[in-house]
Design a protein. Structure first.
Length: 335
């Protein structure tokens, strides 16, 4: 079976997903797309045979669309996901699932009323080879009980439209999900601390930020978010257990010796760093959609939990205090 996909939102990541599905993912083809900029949608599907439709409602309702990919502006995600659930169609939603906990709860309620899981959230790090190896070590007890973790998320620069709250909502959200997954535990409390601010930021932006997470089981996680580090794109993660540690491997690069120096290149963006993870993520999603089974990737509960934590982080950013998330046990529906 070839899964026929409709895409809502054809900005940078939407266009990249259309390219990926068309050129790299077997068993799927893009048949329809839409964007608030119709010309941009037309450029994104050029050469694919897909047609441009007026809006997300038309894409979701189209008879030849088997499954939906949502890559529009974050605040628009919830309504598209809810519409896909109402049509009974599997939906892959890029993060965030929703920009408020209330909208994420609406999605949970709608999916449970539908009676089967249809939603997968685009937390691609769960498909990255390094993180998968870390998960195997932690879950097998290879380092004993996890006590703490240290994470780094650095970008060379961000556009002027990036604001302080996005450090949690758009950047740290990946670590929030991956730490929940690695430690198999929920985040119970958050505190955001801002050190000395970099002079390389826009005036309205508080950068860098430290985020401190307390897991329900007692482990602690610290995360440095620095989105104007200038030198490149760097992701780091180490889990410290009672009997050892496990660290995310560095991305290999050639070693250059010249002019009295020894150097290796530093990646400059996430598209290069996580290209293989994006492919693995879509391959798994397409395979499971074709089989008619619930997807095993990050589900609506994972999207909900991440949104609750980012909401708490934003509140802490403004208050400076510790904010409890109030996340309760995962419903059996999402076990």
């Amino acid at each position: 079976m070839t899964v026929k996909v409709g895409v809502i939102g054809t900005g940078w990541i939407g266009a990249e997903h259309i390219r990926r599905i068309t050129t790299s993912i077997g068993g799927a083809e893009v048949v329809a797309a839409t964007d608030i900029d119709a010309d941009r949608a037309a450029r994104a599907v050029e050469g694919t045979g897909a047609r441009v439709l007026a809006d997300g409602t038309e894409v979701i309702a189209a008879d030849d669309v088997d499954a939906v990919v949502v890559t529009s502006w974050g605040p628009a995600h919830a309504e598209s996901v809810l519409a896909a659930i109402a049509e009974g169609k599997p939906v892959f939603c890029e993060k965030p699932l929703a920009t408020t906990a209330e909208d994420a709860q609406r999605i949970l309620d709608a999916e449970q009323r539908h009676g089967s899981r249809l939603v997968q959230v685009g937390f691609m790090r769960r498909f990255d080879a390094g993180y998968v190896q870390m998960k195997e070590v932690v879950s097998s007890g290879g380092i004993g009980a996890p006590l703490m973790a240290h994470c780094v998320h650095r970008n060379p620069t961000v556009p002027e439209t990036y604001h302080s709250e996005m450090a949690a909502q758009d950047t740290a959200v990946h670590e929030i999900d991956v730490m929940r997954w690695l430690l198999d535990d929920e985040i119970s409390a958050v505190q955001v601390i801002t050190p000395r601010l970099t002079g390389n930021r826009f005036e309205h932006l508080r950068d860098p930020q430290f985020m401190l997470f307390e897991m329900a089981g007692g482990a602690r996680v610290d995360l440095e978010v620095f989105v104007n580090c200038r030198y490149g794109y760097e992701i780091g993660c180490e889990v410290v257990g009672e009997e050892g540690t496990v660290r995310l491997p560095e991305i290999p690069g050639v070693v250059v010796r010249n002019s009295g120096h020894r150097s290796t290149p530093v990646l400059q963006d996430w598209t290069t760093r996580f290209a293989a993870a994006f492919d693995a993520e879509f391959e798994a999603w397409v395979r499971e959609v074709a089989a008619g089974t619930p997807t095993t990737g990050p589900n609506a509960w994972d999207g909900y939990a991440a949104t609750v934590v980012t909401d708490a982080a934003v509140r802490s950013l403004h208050s400076g205090g510790v904010v409890e998330t109030g996340i309760k046990d995962r419903p059996a529906f999402y076990a």
